[in-house]
Write a protein that binds this ligand. Structure first.
Ligand code: NAD
Length: 511
């Protein structure tokens, strides 16, 4: 993660102090279809609010099926010539976009913080991870190569090549406005497909800016299309006969719905869902590092990461040690507007989200858990959706707070006798996104990696996020589909394999 000093520089360069005094400009998002900026056919507008102030900073159309159909048509029309463009030429546009993203880094970071609430250092990480996806997709000429074998039978050769499939669509969540769309589209289009993106209607402004850069990078018209809105767009993308596949990220109920709807309409689907992440701490762990790492995992991005730690399963005396360490850290954590470089924890996304987290904390108390530090109290900001870090102890496996995704800055502590009980507890969760073990024992680490269900595993790591060149995605209710996001396997998702088997009989009249 970037250092605080770097963040401070960004603030100074952008003169946030003067910006903050001005009334925010309200941006109405447009769609980008067939290389043109067009207004939605919908007259109904949704408010985009800065979660730190509660003020409206944008308007996003609710979107209509017609908007989605227009975007799909544009992508379909562009497919033939894009597919025939050599892959080394296709990736040139990604190289150009990378350069433009670097040039516009500070503006992108600021937009992300304003619409999502996360602190500037986190927004910087969010944009940076998006750029890394572009860099990895630039290697598509290698990733896209097929396989050949001579003499599969006497005098017969076999060649398997990858072919793009047509139009793909991406549907993305609010919590990583720049990064998550990049998990998909650079790979899809580098493979020769065309794309329709529907970002979260709660944070559409970052993608509005990124599409301006996509246009500036000379993306051929129709290859990348942006369509803003909510359910009606999603339903059209999942059911339209000209869409070959869907890449989705969001909550589990919607991931399941998208998976079932789109697969039943003949599409290939990768749908990444919600999470409930457990972290296990053994007595031989480095306790200072563990406390710092776990606290950051659970409270960074205000707990709104799909890889955020949620329930900490403590073996032996680590329970008391961590309780004390977390309470000390919670007391001094600086909660506030992410634009302020001093801030360590920004707001959650909305009033609804804040109320949902509060009601989960109420339910935990009713079920017998103890609140050691209550983040519902002591909020000084009158506006915005702030919660301080909250430390909950005596959490038991059957409590609502131990089972449901919280998506807020809450740390739940539970006691277990040993690593076996911890693994048994975390494997009983319906989710399987990530889990971490804190230990100094290699044998314990191996046992843990071997036996746990979640697919993304951390050993002394709090946020085990696979980088662009590895695959990202969980299991159980955290993932619906077969092929995960990015990494080399993405070429399998975005292409079909064609096999040609050849026999050439010698013509003795020529040679
Ligand atoms: P969400 O499910 O509310 O929204 C995701 C997308 O689905 C948005 O584009 C939204 O417009 C659309 N959508 C929402 N409701 C819909 C409906 N009823 N019908 C059709 N489309 C609908 O998710 P969110 O709140 O924006 O994001 C947070 C969730 O995403 C969390 O559960 C988090 O764990 C998950 N997430 C998962 C991963 C992962 O890698 N597994 C990564 C990031 C976020």
């Amino acid at each position: 993660m970037p250092s605080k000093n770097t963040t401070t520089e960004i603030i100074n360069h952008n003169s946030h102090s003067t910006d903050q005094k001005k009334e925010p400009e309200i941006i109405t998002t447009k769609n980008y279809i067939d290389g043109k900026w067009v207004e939605s056919k919908s007259h109904e507008m949704l408010d985009v609010k800065n979660p730190a102030t509660g003020k409206i900073i944008g308007k996003c159309p609710k979107g209509t099926s017609e908007d989605a159909v227009n975007a799909i048509r544009s992508a379909k029309n562009a497919f033939k010539s894009w597919r025939e463009t050599p892959v080394i030429d296709r990736v040139q546009v990604l190289f150009r976009l990378k350069a433009l993203m670097e040039k516009n880094l500070n503006e992108l970071i600021e937009i992300c913080t304003k619409e999502n609430g996360k602190i500037l250092a986190e927004s910087k990480g969010d944009v940076r991870r998006g750029i890394q996806m572009l860099e990895t997709a630039c290697g598509m000429p290698s990733l896209l190569m097929g396989k050949s074998l001579e003499d599969i039978a006497s005098g017969i050769d076999c060649h398997a090549i990858r072919r793009p499939l047509g139009v793909f669509a991406g549907i993305t969540p609010f919590n990583f406005p720049p990064m998550v769309p990049f998990w998909f589209w650079p790979f899809a289009i580098a493979c020769g497909n065309t794309f329709v993106l529907k970002p979260s209607e709660r944070v559409p402004l970052t993608q509005q800016k990124i599409f301006e850069l996509i246009e500036e990078a000379d993306m051929p018209k129709g290859v990348m299309n942006l369509v803003n809105g909510s359910k009606d767009i999603v339903n059209t993308l999942c059911t339209h006969s000209d869409v070959a596949g869907i890449s989705f990220v969001g909550s589990t109920p919607v991931a399941k719905y998208v998976y079932e709807t789109a697969t039943s309409h003949g599409k290939r689907v990768q749908a990444l869902g919600g999470a409930k992440n457990f972290m296990v701490v053994l007595p031989d762990a480095n306790m200072d590092l563990t406390a710092k790492t776990v606290f950051e995992s659970c409270t960074g991005c205000a707990g709104q990461r799909c890889l955020a730690g949620s329930v900490i399963l403590c073996v032996g005396d680590t329970y008391e040690k961590l309780q004390n360490a977390f309470v000390s850290k919670a007391k001094v954590a600086k909660v506030g507007d992410g634009l302020n470089p001093e801030t360590e924890i920004g707001p959650v996304i909305s009033e609804d989200s804040k109320n949902r987290i509060i009601s989960l904390l109420d339910s935990a108390q009713e079920e017998g858990a103890k609140i050691l530090f209550d983040g519902r109290e002591g909020i000084t900001q009158k506006e915005g959706y702030f919660l301080k870090p909250t430390i909950v102890s005596d959490v038991k496996r059957d409590m609502k707070i131990a089972k449901e995704e919280i998506f807020g800055p809450v740390i739940c502590l539970g006691k277990v006798k040993n690593i076996d009980e911890a693994i048994e507890w975390l494997n009983s969760s319906e989710y399987g996104n990530t889990t971490s073990l804190f230990t100094s024992s290699g044998a314990a680490a191996r046992k843990f990696s071997y036996e746990v269900d979640p697919s993304m595993i951390g050993i002394n790591i709090g946020v085990p996020a696979p980088m662009a060149f590895f695959s990202f995605g969980g299991t159980k209710a955290s993932f619906f589909g077969d092929i995960k996001a990015h990494g080399s396997v993405c070429a399998d998702f975005y292409t079909d394999t064609k096999v040609t088997i050849e026999r050439w009989v010698k013509d003795s009249s020529i040679w």
